[in-house]
Design a protein around this ligand. Structure first.
Ligand code: ATP
Ligand code: MG
Length: 409
């Protein structure tokens, strides 16, 4: 292998979820390789003894954007992996770390994927550890070392590294089918999309906007969040639907029935998402609902939305999340600064006091009276679809604290 002429070598370990797949594993690995190339400027991604090797232009790529990655590093390569060369590399890397940061203690962690290698993992750890003590005078600390020296021995090469970075595990996007999410521009449906993608779903979003044209939503918060999500979700598209057609159709609701407007809108949005899913090969829809978070998310109201889509699968990945957990994820990912911005939200326009226990018979009767079928058709005819990342928006800069180092590194 000619690492020098090919740029910077990345060593990538995939998620335990992929590792568990028996006969199908090659399909999962193939999708992960394709996504690594599609989402990042990586070339020549290849599988070597249950790891991936890839070459990139610089050493600072953030591979946590690719679901299915458990962790990665930019290792030093020792080929062939003679013991003297492994020791020399390990000692040199510890010396470099000492020059860079405050190191008093270290640990060596070895794994041997070639059982024919003349030393066991334990012998590698002991002997390399002893050589480092002798060369540098550092102390060994196996529980809380300032520095960890990892050694992986493969058939015809060894990798040595002192830093590694965590990915978000999961499955490569695209391997588990396609889902259409109702995306409000708020934090819950944003994170619902991220979690569905983390399970390998190809995600498309459906957004009802309260603007005169889709491009205003695209240039506002909804588009900015889609731009950020697209860093994790290759092929992301947002289907923008104007809200005003529904709004005009419900003007005739009596003051007494206005408390049903929100639930009728939810059902309307769910039907629109199903129609788009069926048109574009989606097998399910999802929302950002969380049980009893707000009046519109009572058990009865969630059931009323299910009723609108019949047997079409409707997922709610955040159903059992607390709001602060959802926000915590959005903060960690660097989404929250955008998600908390104010936005011209259609649901905020609708009644502040929705029915908490929608009576299904009443809801259905009102829908029939409003004659919503043609309104749904007209709304679908007015869909504008935008693909992300979009060229006319600034690229998402990524979270400030990424990538996530593994402690001890
Ligand atoms: P979010 O943080 O996603 O806005 P929320 O906690 O504010 O959720 P609701 O306003 O009750 O809750 O919305 C519940 C769900 O309905 C959202 O998570 C989303 O899936 C869907 N939804 C709400 N408004 C819209 C919209 N304008 N366009 C598309 N989907 C929407
Ligand atoms: Mg909301």
């Amino acid at each position: 292998m000619s690492q020098r002429t090919d740029g910077v070598l990345y060593l990538i370990h995939y998620s335990s979820d992929i590792g568990l797949k028996g006969k199908n594993r090659p399909d999962f690995v193939r999708q992960l390789k394709a996504n690594l190339r599609r989402q990042l400027p990586l070339r020549r991604v290849q599988e070597v003894q249950s790891r991936l090797l890839a070459w990139g232009p610089t050493s600072d790529l953030d591979l946590s954007r690719v679901f299915g990655v458990a962790w990665w590093t930019v290792p030093r390569v020792v080929a062939p992996p003679t013991w003297d060369a492994v020791v020399a590399t390990g000692v040199a890397m510890v010396r470099e770390a000492i020059a860079r940061q405050n190191v008093r203690s270290f640990a060596v962690r070895a794994r041997r994927s070639d059982k024919r290698y003349p030393k066991t993992s334990l012998a590698i750890e002991r002997e390399l550890g002893a050589a480092i003590v002798e060369a540098t005078g550092l102390k060994v600390n196996l529980t809380q070392p300032d520095l960890t020296v990892w050694v992986e021995v493969l058939r015809d090469q060894a990798f040595v590294y002192t830093q590694k970075f965590r990915g978000y595990q999961g499955l490569p996007v695209g391997i588990s089918g396609k889902v259409f999410g109702l995306f409000s521009g708020g934090v819950d449906s944003l994170m619902a999309a991220w979690f569905m993608a983390r399970r390998g779903a190809a995600v498309e979003l459906v957004h009802f906007h309260a603007f005169t044209e889709a491009r205003y939503a695209h240039q506002d918060k909804a588009g900015a969040l889609a731009q950020a999500l697209a860093a994790f979700i290759p092929g992301l598209r947002v289907h923008y639907i104007p809200y005003y057609l529904f709004q005009a159709a419900t003007l005739s609701l009596s003051a007494r029935d206005q408390r049903y407007e929100l639930i009728i809108f939810r059902r309307f949005m769910a039907r629109a998402a199903v129609a788009l899913a069926q048109k574009h090969g989606g097998q399910a829809i999802f929302t950002g609902d969380s049980l009893a978070q707000v009046a519109s998310q009572t058990m009865e109201n969630l059931a009323a939305v299910d009723d609108a889509v019949g047997s079409f699968p409707l997922f709610r990945p955040l159903i059992a999340f607390n709001k602060d957990e959802t926000i915590g994820w959005a903060e960690r990912l660097g989404f929250y600064d955008i998600a908390k911005r104010p936005y011209k939200d259609c649901c905020a326009i609708i009644s502040k006091n929705p029915a908490t226990r929608a009576r299904l018979a009443r809801v259905r009767a009102l829908e029939a009276q409003l004659n919503l079928e043609p309104v749904l058709q007209a709304s679908l005819d007015a869909v504008e679809t935008i693909a992300y990342p979009a060229d006319d928006l600034p690229p998402w800069p990524g979270p400030t604290s990424s990538p996530n180092p593994v402690p001890g590194a």
